[in-house]
Design a binder for this molecule. Structure first.
Ligand SMILES: [Zn+2]
Length: 266
């Protein structure tokens, strides 16, 4: 499948010199388009307070409508109605802002994340899951990768056969209760999008060089800190192994987005 790598939301948190992106995948399947995450959408730009909450003062999104997924899908020459599925890594606002721009699309996420976003527990969850991102009544399809088979060293994963063969949801909780990674078969290689399992490559590349502001934010937002550390260890091994047939990307590191652009699929 052909995979496009889009930045659907530039953010400029303090003391993060390179800034952050919202790395969204646009996947061409045989009969539809699929988004992996949806970034920051048109409604967010129109109502930053209601749609992003106080977090906007921390991550400082640009709210540039030309970066929204729907505008970029159209700019690539597609009809946005061809986007029939959106697969989410998790339900944080910088990943769900584009959902309301595609109200016809089915929204796939883990059943755990769906429950967490509907029934948040504690201060962090009540702050992160914004009811405004469900106001358009999205067509939610929950999945249970946590009961699935191993996939390339990850203990539990499930292929989303109702979306397309070669799209795999991998259970990777830690950042949120029901966080997932999503793997896409791009023909010559797999694209493994690990969402917010780490923020900056310096957290897994052995250098330890990640902005302290980002590691502090990660700790603050973590649903399970030991789970986050475990994910770092697992992804560090994958980074060190650097398998030729796998491209590892996350949501917010602009350098990983740049690397992905230089490795396009035929
Ligand atoms: Zn995020």
């Amino acid at each position: 499948m052909k995979v496009h790598h889009l930045n659907c939301g530039t953010m400029r948190p303090w003391r993060t010199p390179d800034g952050l992106v919202c790395h969204v995948l646009l996947v061409e399947t045989d009969d539809a388009l699929v988004l992996v995450d949806s970034g920051i959408g048109l409604q967010d730009a129109a109502d930053p307070a209601g749609r992003f909450g106080p977090a906007r003062f921390c991550v400082r999104p640009a709210f540039d409508t030309s970066e929204s997924a729907i505008r970029q899908v159209a700019a690539l020459g597609y009809d946005p109605h061809e986007v029939r599925h959106i697969v989410l890594t998790h339900f944080d606002a910088d990943h769900t802002g584009g959902l309301s721009d595609f109200p016809w699309a089915e929204v796939h996420l883990t059943a755990t994340e769906n429950q967490a976003s509907l029934h948040p527990r504690g201060v962090v969850e009540r702050g992160r899951y914004l009811p405004s991102h469900r106001a358009h009544d999205p067509r939610i399809v929950p999945h249970t990768p946590g009961r699935g088979e191993p996939w390339r060293g990850f203990p539990h994963a499930t292929e989303l056969a109702d979306v397309a063969a070669g799209i795999v949801m991998i259970s990777l909780p830690g950042h949120t209760r029901g966080h997932a990674a999503v793997a896409v078969d791009a023909g010559t290689h797999w694209v493994l999008h690990v969402g917010d399992s780490f923020y900056h490559r310096g957290q897994i590349d052995g250098t330890g060089r990640a902005p302290k502001s980002l590691t502090a934010m990660e700790r603050l937002m973590a649903s399970d800190r030991s789970g986050v550390r475990g994910n770092h260890r697992r992804l560090s091994r994958l980074w060190a192994d650097d398998p030729a047939d796998l491209l590892l990307v996350n949501s917010h590191d602009p350098v990983l987005l740049h690397r992905a652009h230089s490795r396009t699929t035929p």
